[in-house]
Ligand binder design. Structure first.
Ligand code: ZN
Length: 180
């Protein structure tokens, strides 16, 4: 198990860079990165993690919602269409202790490629999955959820373990005890 170092907003400029499209799906380094990112997502108790957050600019992210039994590795994730608007509460592993009310789409269409090189398509997905796809695709474009703040009051501090929505949502992780 390899836990990668988390990169934080305000400290690590890589969070503002655009990740580069992956072309070599057989690259052993890509597979190692995906596996380390899954370990790291569990370690930091996130529902998702993008490569920028752990210091890589490969266009890859991992997502595991509370109801998912397995993590999903998404390479070259692109949002292709969004519909509707809703207010959500959102957090980010790169800005621990903070959450914000922001607007996200109601429905999201996206495509990506799995680690096996096969296409993955999301058609009009909703709720936390839609939010996670937008959040991680944003990371890979150098954007963060605070970019969507409409006013300062919508950003608020949360105590550890209180997080409810978004990337930093607390999630039981069977078999993973973490390091600290
Ligand atoms: Zn994030």
């Amino acid at each position: 198990m390899t836990v990668l170092t988390m990169h934080y907003l305000g400290k690590d400029p890589i969070l503002r860079e655009k990740a580069r499209k992956v072309r070599d799906f057989d690259d052993p380094k890509l597979h190692a990165l995906a596996s380390d990112m899954i370990d790291s997502m569990y370690h930091y108790y996130g529902v998702g993690l993008a490569a920028n957050q752990v210091g890589s600019l490969k266009r890859i992210c991992v997502i595991q919602l509370p109801e998912d039994e397995e993590p999903t590795v998404l390479i070259n994730l692109e949002i292709t269409r969004k519909e509707g608007e809703r207010e959500v509460s959102e957090g980010c592993l790169s800005l621990p202790g903070w959450q914000a009310y922001i607007l996200r789409a109601e429905k999201v269409w996206a495509h990506a490629v799995g680690l096996d090189g096969k296409p993955i398509r999301y058609k009009g997905v909703e709720d936390l999955l839609a939010q996670a796809l937008e959040h991680e695709a944003d990371h890979l474009d150098g954007k963060l959820f605070v970019d969507y703040l409409r006013n300062k009051e919508d950003l608020f501090e949360v105590n550890h373990g209180e997080e409810e929505q978004g990337e930093g949502a607390a999630r039981p992780t069977p078999g993973i005890t973490g390091g600290e």
